[in-house]
Design a protein around this ligand. Structure first.
Ligand code: F6P
Length: 532
């Protein structure tokens, strides 16, 4: 990472003054001026079209953004990531999720272990076990217990490719709220259910609490000696998994160099291989690999994740837009916004740079979204006429997974209509409430089909977009220290809440709000108990 100051660089200053020039330009005029705008600002790759023409840019903007990327040594850092360099400095780890999809050319060794050997063995194990469960077992339901990256990735992919699923059903349990596991187990039969406990650390409170509850539920009808046949663990903490009662051959390994939110490509994706079969899982990896190749080889101005990332920088830092919306026009992709929320906000929600200094600029935007067309009837009023501009990504597949073509044509026209309306707006002087200012940016991702390959590509492009932005901001996109404080406090409060002893509450020396809320909670619980 370059040590020079980001905001006083010549490349940054050029963008500041270019932004001033662009302030008075309306995208409508840019489209009128140049009929080639769509072909100038769109890229097709392996059945995925990225149209970024509806942005507040001209060719000079792209030139300047690419220069900034070069000045921040994006190419070198990208290569360092792919080569397994220790780029996650605070945790002293590589970030090698790309190796899980065979995108690492070098024969890497980490702590004496061959990365390629580990990846091959893991994939073989996923292949064998998923085949066995699908073909030679009576398992009809899998309960995937995990949270964050051990839940969102596989759950999103499972739903995104639901029409292709032909194996056991998968239910994803993540929330520590007992209602989540109660609802899930209610309709399942212990004899035909497999628990998949997914936790890189095997210490996550939510996952272990749910796993214990599920194990107790299993034990209600499965004989003790058969219990372990119904439990598989995916973890980097073999010791804890064994202690929990998982047998060695039922433990799927992870490694430190695979970040939780980047982990669906390995053992964490086991539920996908079980439900969809190994071919679909491998197609997903293949799609991600194609995206890795594109990111590694294309020049910046023709590089989809570089452009996605740099456009984000343009809006976050030069136009001061605080958020970015993800709008999949696809029911099956409805979980994409939540998945990208973790991927992006846990990676780039940072205010300390890699040198340990406070960052100079705004970093990661607020990511949110929902499936279109539902989003139109919920929050998109603000996109069109609100005082905050929110750049958006529309995602749509050309070929639907169903036969209701009329529905699909409506869906498609709505996606295009939203992006066009945001760009063009419409002047209405007589009725100001009908005035649409327009000039609001969006990208469109058009997939030939929502299949495993295109999904893999799309997800890997987002991973790399986030990496690109982390490089520009000079932050570590691969740690997540921000989640630790709340975890530690919750652990301490648990004792104070559980105890009936007021002295313990006093000793905890809590602020009056937290103490008052605990007292109120305990008071109501006591009243309920007395009433019973
Ligand atoms: O919320 C923090 C976090 O560490 C995420 O990064 C991770 O995906 C999640 O918790 C789950 O962690 P684990 O897989 O170790 O249970």
């Amino acid at each position: 990472m370059p040590n020079d100051i980001l905001t006083s660089s010549a490349e940054w200053s050029d963008l500041v003054s270019h932004k001033r020039d662009m302030e008075d330009v309306h995208m409508r005029e840019l489209f009128e001026e140049k009929t080639s705008r769509f072909s100038d600002f769109s890229i097709e790759y392996e059945g995925l079209l990225f149209d970024y023409s509806k942005n507040k840019i001209d060719t000079h903007t792209i030139e300047l953004l690419c220069k900034l990327a070069e000045a921040r040594k994006l190419g070198d850092l990208r290569d360092a990531m792919f080569s397994g360099d220790v780029i996650n400095l605070t945790e002293k780890r590589s970030a090698l999720h790309t190796a899980l999809r065979y995108s690492t050319s070098k024969n890497l060794n980490i702590e004496g272990e061959s990365v390629r050997g580990f990846v091959d063995d893991t994939l073989d194990k996923i292949k064998n076990v998923s085949r066995k469960i699908r073909e030679d077992s009576n398992i009809t339901d899998v309960v995937n217990i995990g949270i964050g990256g051990s839940d969102l990735g596989p759950m999103m992919v499972y739903n995104a490719l639901k029409p292709l699923a032909d194996g056991p059903r998968v239910h994803y349990v993540s929330n520590i709220d007992g209602q989540c596991i109660t609802e899930t187990l209610k309709n399942l039969d212990q004899e035909t259910t497999l628990l998949l406990i997914v936790s890189k650390t095997f210490t996550t409170l939510e996952t272990l609490t749910n796993a214990r509850t599920a194990r107790d539920w299993l034990a209600e009808s499965v004989p003790k000696e058969q219990l372990s046949q119904h439990i598989i663990a995916v973890t980097n903490n073999t010791e804890q998994a064994l202690e929990f009662g998982v047998t060695t051959n039922h433990i799927f390994p992870m490694r430190d160099w695979i970040g939780g939110r980047y982990s669906l490509w390995g053992s964490v994706g086991l539920s996908i291989a079980i439900s969809h079969g190994i071919n679909t899982f491998e197609e997903l990896l293949n799609g991600a690999h194609l995206a890795d190749e594109h990111f590694s080889n294309e020049p910046f101005d023709n590089n989809i994740p570089v452009l996605m990332g740099m456009l984000g920088i343009w809006y976050r830092n030069f136009w001061d837009y605080p958020a970015h919306a993800i709008l999949p026009y696809s029911h099956d992709l409805r979980d994409l916004p939540r998945y990208l929320q973790q991927l992006d906000m846990e990676s780039n929600g940072k205010s300390t740079d890699i040198r340990g200094h406070e960052v100079e600029t705004n970093t990661g935007p607020i990511i949110f979204g929902a499936a279109g067309t539902n989003a139109q009837h919920a929050f998109m009023q603000l996109f069109h006429q609100g005082t905050t501009v929110i750049p958006a990504d529309f995602v749509i597949a050309i070929k639907p997974q169903h036969h209701l073509m009329q529905h699909h044509t409506h869906l498609f026209s709505n996606a295009l209509a939203q992006s066009k309306a945001l760009m063009e707006g419409i002047k209405n002087i007589e009725e100001p409430h009908r005035n649409f200012e327009g000039n609001r940016p969006s990208n469109i991702f058009m997939l030939k089909e929502l299949d495993a390959k295109r999904l893999g590509m799309l997800l890997a492009f987002y991973e790399h977009k986030i990496f690109v932005q982390g490089v520009i901001w000079g932050i570590n996109s691969f740690d997540q220290w921000g989640v630790e404080l709340g975890k530690a406090i919750a652990k301490n409060l648990y004792g104070a809440i559980k105890s009936k002893d007021d002295e313990i509450l006093k000793e905890a020396n809590l602020d009056s709000s937290t103490a008052g809320l605990i007292e109120y909670f305990r008071g109501i619980q006591e009243q309920e108990r007395d009433a019973d």
